[in-house]
Design a protein around this ligand. Structure first.
Ligand code: 5CA
Length: 464
């Protein structure tokens, strides 16, 4: 993309309504614009990152064997009356009437609707296990929407629902979700710690929240620092292997880690003192096992092996897709702006032409731009006729992890400059070598994993 053709409405001033870095930076970098309290339009740069985060979620759900569907945002109140939640949910639920006077609502979550799909189409235990999920807009009329996309009223969420014959199978589904979430967050450059939590209006006994440690987080957390040394990495997991999944869950749930809702001072005191940490965290996901809470009242049963109908065991599993953008920025920024992890960056690198209009600088920048694109990479070329300082400031603000700087002086010696946004370190090298380096950096991030290939050879949506 050429910056002169793009729509990147960056702000010079710090917006006064933004209290935390991620909100400030998302507004300043032209990623979002508030449409109403807690409701945002996603501008091109923000929308691109949202799609990248969403794509990682889809890929990791596919890896775990979960199946994508799409349910509507507007739902009839009738199903919610069946489960008893229409009255229970309270003022967070946005309610409305259609022209016939029928009660409708904007979905805050979708246990009822997915259970209705299940009971209509699944009749036998032989069709289990089944996990359906969607990534869809939700609405919760939060009393205090704040911190931008972090606590919105309209927000984008991945919600998944497992249907299993018995408790053991449902716990395996719970474990499978925990394992797949660990890898999902790591691919976004985040450490998200599973912590025992409280189930709130979703209900159920077993639940873990995933928290990204950050000063500005809304949850108070208590944990054993040993948990922060765990890394999922490139493990190959057989998601059908119950013991393998359970072992990974054990690894992550053995060190003490709880939110204030379930914190237990006596247990915490058993953690060696030098490893006890109290901090704050951003909740970027939550998994629940709630057994037959919805299947029983809604009659979601299957014929068991003995021919008798049994209510299915269920759980639901959420990821705060839009909130994740805020969490990633909270975890990765500096005074100058955002620092995107390679896994979610909106563009793979920036190209800064220091002297637009100079024949050699223009030609070299164009050559780098087209070589990167030919390799299937997605560069942002700042081809504006602007001062170098202004161009650097924009690049630093929008946080592309790598920048190639092209100027007449370097070109006289046959070099351009490759700069890391994270470390600020620069290296001079011939243009072809800079292109090669960018290609190597991103090779592991392509879906195929086999290196950088021309776009046409890659399947972009491996989850479909
Ligand atoms: N039905 C279950 C799981 S599918 C559910 O709704 N879980 S939840 O309430 O925990 O929400 C899932 C995730 O959505 C949360 O972990 C959080 O990351 C995100 N989320 C919840 N409320 C908001 C909000 N107001 N703004 C942005 N993200 C939110």
């Amino acid at each position: 993309m050429r910056l002169t053709r793009y729509f990147l409405p960056v702000l010079k001033e710090t917006p006064s309504e933004a209290q935390i870095a991620s909100h400030r930076l998302m507004l300043r970098a032209g990623m979002i614009k508030q449409a109403a309290a807690g409701i945002y339009s996603w501008l091109p740069l923000g929308f691109k990152v949202l799609r990248k985060v969403e794509n990682i979620v889809h890929e990791e759900q596919a890896r775990a064997g979960h199946i994508p569907i799409q349910m509507p945002v507007l739902q009839s109140a009738d199903l919610w009356r069946e489960s008893g939640r229409y009255d229970d949910y309270g003022e967070e639920m946005l309610r409305m009437k259609d022209r016939h006077g029928r009660d409708m609502l904007y979905t805050p979550t979708a246990e009822e609707l997915v259970t209705d799909i299940f009971r209509a189409h699944v009749g036998s235990y032989k069709d289990l296990p089944l996990t359906l999920y969607q990534i869809q807009w939700k609405f919760r009329d939060e009393i205090r929407p704040r911190f931008g996309v972090m606590r919105g009223r309209e927000f984008y969420m991945k919600d998944g629902y497992n249907f299993d014959l018995d408790y053991e199978s449902a716990i395996h589904a719970y474990n499978r979700h925990m394992v797949s979430y660990l890898r999902t967050y790591e691919r976004m450059g985040l450490q998200a710690i599973p912590m025992r939590a409280d189930s709130g209006p979703i209900g159920g006994d077993d639940t873990h929240e995933f928290l990204v440690l950050a000063e500005t987080g809304e949850s108070e957390v208590f944990y054993d620092s040993a948990i922060t040394t765990l890394e999922f990495g490139e493990r190959e997991v057989d998601f059908d292997d119950r013991d393998a999944c359970a072992a990974i869950v054990k690894e992550w749930t053995t060190p003490y880690a709880r939110t204030d809702e379930t914190h237990d001072e006596t247990l915490f005191a058993q953690v060696p003192q030098e490893r006890q940490r109290r901090s704050r965290g951003i909740e970027v996901g939550q998994i629940f096992y709630f057994g037959t809470k919805y299947s029983e009242p809604m009659g979601a049963t299957v014929q068991g092996p003995d021919g008798k109908p049994v209510p299915v065991h269920m759980g639901s599993h959420g990821i705060g897709v839009s909130r994740l953008l805020g969490a990633i920025i909270e975890a990765s920024h500096d005074d100058k702006g955002i620092i995107w992890p390679e896994g979610v960056t909106p563009f793979h690198c920036g190209i800064v032409n220091l002297k637009q209009g100079d024949e050699e600088a223009d030609a070299a920048s164009e050559a780098i731009y087209s070589s990167l694109k030919a390799l299937g990479l997605d560069p942002l070329y700042d081809d504006r006729d602007e001062r170098a300082g202004g161009k650097f400031a924009t690049m630093d603000l929008i946080g592309l992890p790598w920048r190639i700087t092209v100027g007449p002086r370097g070109l006289k010696n046959g070099v351009v400059e490759l700069t890391s946004r994270r470390t600020g370190e620069s290296e001079e090298m011939p243009p072809e070598q800079a292109v090669e380096r960018i290609a190597q950096i991103y090779a592991p991030h392509f879906s195929s994993g086999s290196g950088v290939e021309p776009m046409a050879n890659r399947s972009f949506h491996t989850w479909l």
